[in-house]
Write a protein that binds this ligand. Structure first.
Ligand SMILES: Cc1cc2nc3c(=O)[nH]c(=O)nc-3n(C[C@H](O)[C@H](O)[C@H](O)COP(=O)(O)OP(=O)(O)OC[C@H]3O[C@@H](n4cnc5c(N)ncnc54)[C@H](O)[C@@H]3O)c2cc1C
Length: 498
């Protein structure tokens, strides 16, 4: 089997960036391996259709283990399995979050990974039409702007948020993220522009870039402490391909630790338990799983609530207390019934998510079979402080939903119901209704301590020739959704390697 200079495993958000940037060097040969299809369904192009992609063949269709902090529920856990990865099935919002989230990485041992140091990579990844050119990119591959179209419904939500005390913020991806902003989306001309469309598609014909879809990596080839290549399954056969320089894992927060563990790189006890030989005892692999838990306050409306157009929508970044911003509020033009079921009656919901949870979960192998889904435990709301901050989020959402700008639309609060005010009952409602924001990170944590998986140059501790560069390396989750930081991580990784 031929070898390549670089093998990138996983063609998701990060993998598409890495393959594009590394193949800019015409002398470097690059293989991009993707388990899913090269042909996303037409629905993926439509920015409003993304919820319909979960559960289809372009989703790994994972569910969590029963969530002890969330009513023992096994929650759906979609992850993209297609060229473009989760960036091909995601909700398209482009949110950096508060700069303090990044400074926390450096403080946790990801030395040199501050907001200031990430800024050039955020800027390199994006093109936005407005914003302060000191903070916003104007020549990057991914177009990121709020849609041009306005809608009275979303204008009313924006006003309601301001009335509830969340000041207007002209650019939440500028120096300050807090307040009420129009969300930017990765869309141009009404069509999705994830990393597959924005980075990979324009360069896919490069002679030094090979994209192999429907090819699932099953094991890394490790020899004398160095990663030499990747074994993968395609058309029912197993092949091996070798890397002359490096293997770059970009299989995502679930896929990257899973492949490391299948290769014998992970917590020794766990590997022995599932019957795998231990190649490197790295206790942190698959730990530190973090995600944004979310719930909602649902209202009945006095008249039908439209939502058929791609119009600019607001979101809010707020604080539950004295610390950095940790609550995100958003709006849905449907009354969401527990659990995340849209009601038939006209209504709307104010969604709230905890952006800096203290709960920590795991990704573990069920057994050594590389085609068995892993055990995913985000451990939602296992930290009591997270529940308290979710209740603060519920109260903040209620203040927006009850604001004067929504008076003529609002017929009354359906869930949890206006009469429900006690902290204990609201806490139970949060536990009963919490679900994922689909933002998993952290399972190959960057750092310099014994439980860190990669060092600040993204090299796997103790294994030569192997880096991880995707959402899994974040030491802690950021106070925005995680596609924008993943683009920036991959840009930074490419600059470290090239
Ligand atoms: C339904 C949904 C909605 C979301 N909405 C938003 C949003 O609105 N805004 C936002 O910022 N973020 C959102 N996200 C999160 C965001 O899309 C992800 O955080 C981001 O795409 C992560 O990028 P990644 O490169 O780390 O992983 P991914 O994009 O998931 O890429 C991993 C790739 O690796 C492939 N892979 C895995 N294992 C293997 C293997 N063994 N062999 C070969 N290939 C493999 C996968 O098929 C996939 O293509 C959403 C995610 C989902 C699932």
């Amino acid at each position: 089997m031929r070898s390549f200079d670089y093998i990138v495993v996983g063609a998701g958000t990060a993998g598409c960036v890495l393959a594009t940037r590394l193949s800019e060097d015409a002398d470097a040969s690059v293989l991009l391996l993707e388990a899913g299809t090269a042909f996303p369904p037409p629905l993926a192009r439509d920015p409003l259709a993304w919820p319909a992609l979960a559960g289809t063949e372009v989703d790994w269709r994972y569910t969590t283990v029963p969530q002890s902090g969330a009513d023992r529920q096994q929650l759906p856990y979609p992850q993209g399995r297609v060229l473009g990865g989760s960036g091909e099935i995601n909700g398209l919002t482009h949110v950096r979050g508060d700069p303090a989230s990044y400074d926390a990485w450096d403080e946790a041992g990801a030395i040199g990974w501050t907001y200031e140091s990430m800024l050039p990579f955020f800027m390199r990844s994006e093109t936005t039409l407005g914003g302060d050119p000191a903070y916003r990119g104007q020549a990057g591959p991914v177009p990121v702007d709020p849609p041009a179209t306005t809608d009275p419904l979303w204008e009313a939500f924006f006003t309601a948020a301001v009335e509830a005390g969340h000041h207007p913020n002209a650019d939440s991806n500028g120096p300050n993220a807090e307040g009420t902003s129009w969300s930017e989306v990765t869309v141009r001309d009404g069509v999705r522009r994830g990393a597959a469309e924005a980075y990979l598609a324009p360069v896919a014909q490069r002679p030094n870039l090979t994209v192999l879809a429907d090819a699932a990596a099953v094991r890394l080839v490790v020899d004398h402490g160095a990663c030499r290549g990747v074994a993968y399954r395609v058309d029912g056969h197993t092949g091996v391909t070798y890397a002359d320089r490096e293997v770059l894992l970009a299989a995502g927060t679930i896929g990257s630790p899973r492949l490391l563990m299948l290769s014998g790189i992970g917590p020794g006890d766990h590997l022995r338990e599932v019957g795998l030989p231990v190649v490197a005892d790295l206790p942190g692999v698959g730990g530190n799983l973090q995600d944004h838990p979310r719930s909602q306050v649902a209202y009945a409306a006095s008249r039908p609530v439209g939502d058929g157009t791609l119009a600019r929508r607001p979101h809010v970044l707020a604080r539950s207390g004295d610390g950095p911003p940790d609550l995100q509020l958003g709006f849905v033009a449907e009354p969401i019934h527990p659990r995340w079921m849209p009601g038939d009656e006209p209504g709307f919901s104010v969604v709230f998510a905890l952006m800096s949870p203290d709960s920590r979960g795991t990704v573990r192998l069920r057994d050594p079979d590389p085609f068995e889904p892993p055990l995913i435990d985000p451990a939602f709301l296992t930290d009591d402080g997270d529940v308290a901050r979710m209740v603060a989020g519920l109260r903040a959402a209620r203040e927006v939903g009850d604001a004067p700008a929504l008076a003529d639309l609002r017929a009354g609060e359906e869930y949890p119901g206006a009469a429900v005010t006690s902290t204990a009952v609201l806490a139970q409602y949060v536990r009963d209704t919490a679900t994922s924001s689909f933002d998993p990170v952290g399972t190959c944590r960057m750092g310099i301590d014994g439980a860190a998986v990669v060092d600040p140059t993204l090299r796997v501790h103790g294994i030569a020739g192997l880096r991880v560069a995707d959402a899994s390396v974040m030491p802690s989750i950021v106070s925005g959704n995680v596609n924008a930081p993943t683009l920036a991580i991959a840009e930074r990784a490419a600059s470290l390697i090239g």
